[in-house]
Design a protein around this ligand. Structure first.
Ligand SMILES: [Zn+2]
Length: 459
């Protein structure tokens, strides 16, 4: 019996050495994942509090002190959980973030019940299986595993499961915590969603680390005019002023450039992309302007990576078919590189529109965070673990066009990195869409990846 136990322990140790997760730990993560997915936490109609409470109950049962678990939120239904795993305190804490709200999902739009966790044909199906309940479940399961293994980190590990990332708004958990309990999530840096593994044509090609995000500025372009009868037109016409300005904007492109993150991204992509594009990408990484022109013309995503963009998204104007317009207005949505300022974008727009009649103003609140620094400890750990688990797969730093709650943390001075180690087919990303899913193997691999990553960053 003793012999058997020893053999089992040795087998477990060698499993751990290869980076594989023991079955009991996988089962725990799966149970938590299922529980989270089946709680209806839709952004507009659901509640995140039951997710926070379920996670807290599991941690309590695993031996976490009540005083290390904090539940609270902007309103009773939009609860957040902050759990602290105590370390020696030698270094400042690390924050592990995941949001627990999901985009709404209607039964009739799906081929199955979106709030029923289903395993089928090698995938886990359900709303939130990708965005973002897998990471939430893994953070909790791994905390419990660290506890069971008596892992003693050199810094506190804080897990925050938060409300209302999807669409943000007044109940956003990260903003609420930063405003009301900043000390609870204060950390040297944070890990979050926003970067995942990419599969192309069935092959793993990159493990992405999201380092920065573009930020959003909405401008209102507005022309007011005294108007008059449409039978007596004059050149001074509100719609024509606006149209002229938008036409000049349509033909304009902000300067192409790279920064530390995007240069590293193009450098890594150059190795992945074969053919002529590959050499252009390498030249972009070196700062070649001609290559940037060619690469920007190849793909909307690369274009958006290389420059600030501004595009007209809505128009309004006129009040009658037979009247000269008294109002013409447009919304122009800009996605701005972290190094470009609001003032720069606004003054550039004014220069391009070049019409005094067109009033240009910022129409919505702007939240701007700096890019996170390319921390060598983090990037080395990510590359090392990535290379061990998936030999030959590079880890690629990214700037993304969308926004996550990482924006608020970066703005508050907590550098944030989107990294998951969950691999998805890049041509079949179902976040926010129908039949959202996660590969069963991808889930367990991400669990093992994050388990090791956090451990190596905290000792
Ligand atoms: Zn998300």
């Amino acid at each position: 019996m003793l012999k058997l136990t020893v053999v089992a322990a040795m087998a477990a140790a060698s499993l751990a050495a290869q980076g594989m997760t023991p079955d009991a730990e996988k089962q725990l993560a799966r149970d938590i994942y299922k529980q989270f997915v089946e709680i209806q936490s839709g952004y507009t109609t659901g509640a995140t509090t039951p997710v926070a409470e379920a996670a807290a109950a599991r941690l309590k049962a695993a031996g976490f002190a009540e005083s290390d678990l904090f539940l609270g939120g902007a309103i009773p239904t939009k609860g957040n959980l902050v759990a602290r795993y105590r370390g020696t305190g030698a270094r400042k804490p690390i924050l592990l973030l995941a949001h627990t709200d999901v985009v709404e999902a209607k039964r009739e739009d799906w081929s199955m019940d979106p709030f029923q966790f289903v395993e089928r044909d090698g995938y886990f199906y359900g709303r939130g299986t990708g965005d973002d309940k897998a990471q939430a479940a893994v953070w909790i399961a791994n905390l419990i595993r660290y506890k069971r293994e008596s892992f003693r980190p050199d810094r506190d590990i804080i897990v925050a499961l938060t409300a209302d990332e999807e669409g943000g708004g007044p109940y956003n958990g990260v903003r609420w915590l930063l405003k009301n309990h900043p000390e609870k999530i204060d950390a040297e840096f944070a890990l979050n969603e926003g970067g995942w593994g990419e599969i192309a044509h069935g092959r793993k090609i990159a493990n992405d680390v999201q380092v920065s995000e573009k930020y959003v500025i909405d401008f209102r372009l507005e022309v007011r005019n005294k108007g008059g009868h449409s039978s007596l037109p004059v050149p001074d016409n509100a719609i024509y002023h606006l149209a002229g300005g938008l036409d000049r904007l349509a033909k304009f492109g902000f300067p192409l450039k790279t920064n530390a993150v995007t240069a590293a991204y193009f450098g890594a992509m150059a190795k992945i992309e074969s053919g002529p594009a590959g050499s252009d990408l390498a030249q972009v990484a070196q700062g070649s302007h001609e290559a940037m022109e060619r690469v920007a013309a190849l793909s909307a995503a690369w274009n958006a990576t290389l420059r600030t963009t501004c595009v007209a998204t809505q128009i309004e104007g006129g009040h009658a078919r037979n009247a000269l317009p008294q109002l013409a207005a447009a919304n122009v949505n800009c996605r701005v590189l972290p190094e470009d300022s609001v003032e720069y974008v606004e003054s550039t727009l004014k220069k391009i529109v070049a019409d005094e009649e067109v009033n240009i103003s910022v129409s919505h609140e702007v939240v701007k965070g700096p890019a996170s620094p390319m921390r060598p400890d983090l990037f080395q750990a990510v590359s090392r673990i990535t290379d061990t688990m998936w030999p030959g797969v590079p880890s690629v730093p990214m700037m993304v066009m969308g926004a996550t709650d990482g924006l608020y943390l970066r703005a508050a001075g907590i550098p944030t990195y989107g990294v998951q180690g969950f691999f998805f087919d890049r041509d079949d990303i179902r976040f926010h869409g129908r039949d959202e899913r996660m590969g069963v193997t991808a889930f367990y691999e991400g669990q093992a990846f994050l388990y090791q990553l956090v451990k190596s960053l905290a000792k």
